[in-house]
Design a protein around this ligand. Structure first.
Ligand code: HEC
Length: 143
């Protein structure tokens, strides 16, 4: 092999290597851009929800067995309504057959007394859908 040919091959390898590096850099950059914001957003929701929860804190504890005017909301997500032992629920709540999933929580927390006539939860409701979504994200962490 003459020196000229060797030189050409080496430059070719050099060029492909450089393109590969560029491609890699782009992939990492793009991957970073798409992968990073999602968990940040989810965290934001929970944090915001914790703030919305201030409206509930006077009446609801977040730990197992915590007694206030209302039942503890520990483990509330996915549970059947009126399941905290020793808490005197209204007849309406006991007979409701509700399971506290996203939809039920969203409707109840929007307008408690309209959603469940006869509930003894004296709370006007959370007007903004976004705030309710944040709040529900926070409630899911209480387990
Ligand atoms: C003034 C006190 C008060 C406030 C404020 C309040 N609640 Fe309640 N909550 C109650 C009472 C009392 C009950 C029981 C209702 C019944 O038996 O009808 C209840 C019941 C509930 C239940 C059903 C519990 C179960 O075990 O089935 C959920 C869920 C709930 N509240 C969420 C909230 C959230 C979230 C907030 C804040 C946005 C809130 N509440 C604000 C008093 C309150």
């Amino acid at each position: 092999m003459g020196d000229d040919k060797k030189h050409i091959i080496q430059t070719r390898v050099g060029v492909t290597k450089r393109y590969f590096c560029l491609w890699l850099a782009c992939a990492v950059l793009l991957g970073g851009l798409t992968a990073v914001p999602a968990p940040v957003l989810a965290d934001g929701h929970i944090k915001k929800g914790e703030k919305v929860y201030r409206k509930c804190r006077a009446c609801h504890g977040t730990k197992a067995g915590e007694k206030k005017i209302g039942p503890t909301l520990f483990g509330i997500y996915g549970r059947k309504a009126a399941a905290v032992e020793g808490f005197k629920y209204s007849e309406a709540m006991r007979a409701s057959g509700i399971v506290w999933d996203d939809e039920a929580l969203d409707k109840f927390l929007h307008k408690p007394r309209k959603f469940l006539k006869g509930t003894k939860m004296s709370f006007g409701g959370v007007r903004k859908a976004g705030e309710r979504a944040d709040l529900i994200a926070y409630l899911k962490t209480l387990k």
